[in-house]
Design a protein around this ligand. Structure first.
Ligand SMILES: [Fe+2]
Length: 142
C-alpha cells in the first residue's frame, strides 16, 4: 500500500470513528418525546394506566417579581417504606437537573416539595418517583 493511500484510509477511518458514535446518539436520544419505558405521563401511563391520579406530580407556580415558587404535590399515600414517593426532581426546559427533594416515609405524610427559582422562564419538568409504580413526568410553562 502506498503511503498516500494509507494516509487517506487512516483519515477516513478516524473521521468515521469520531462521527459515527455521535450520529448514533443523535438518532436514538429522544428526551421526553413519545412513548418511554423510563417514565410515564398523563397521556402515556403504559402499564400503570389506573395510577395517573395518584402518581402524576401536580405543579403549581407562583411568581413574585423575579422569584418563582414551584410547589409540587403527588397525591400518593406515604405508607412507610412499603409504598411511598421517593423523590421529586425539578428539571429545566432542556431536561437538565435543577433541584430535587427526597422524602422520608417515616416522617413525611404528604409528598410535597417547594422549590425556589430566580430569573427563570420557559418550560419546567418535574419527575416523581414511586417505589412501586416507577417514574412519572409532568411539565408546566413559566
Ligand atoms: Fe405508587
Amino acid at each position: 500500500m502506498e503511503r498516500r493511500d494509507f494516509m487517506r484510509l487512516s483519515t477516513v477511518g478516524l473521521v468515521a470513528g469520531v462521527v459515527t458514535p455521535g450520529m448514533a446518539l443523535a438518532t436514538t436520544y429522544k428526551p421526553f418525546k413519545g412513548t418511554s419505558d423510563i417514565y410515564y405521563t398523563k397521556e402515556d401511563a403504559g402499564r400503570w394506566s389506573g395510577k395517573v391520579a395518584t402518581h402524576l406530580p401536580n405543579i403549581e407556580i407562583q411568581k413574585v417579581a423575579n422569584v418563582l415558587t414551584v410547589k409540587v404535590v403527588t397525591a400518593h399515600e406515604m405508607k412507610g417504606y412499603e409504598h411511598y414517593i421517593v423523590k421529586h426532581v425539578l428539571l429545566d426546559s432542556n431536561q437538565k437537573f435543577l433541584d430535587e427533594h427526597l422524602f422520608d416515609p417515616t416522617k413525611d405524610s404528604v409528598a410535597l416539595s417547594t422549590f425556589t427559582l430566580k430569573d427563570y422562564s420557559g418550560k419546567l419538568y418535574v419527575l416523581s418517583l414511586c417505589n412501586k409504580h416507577d417514574l412519572w413526568l409532568n411539565s408546566a410553562e413559566v
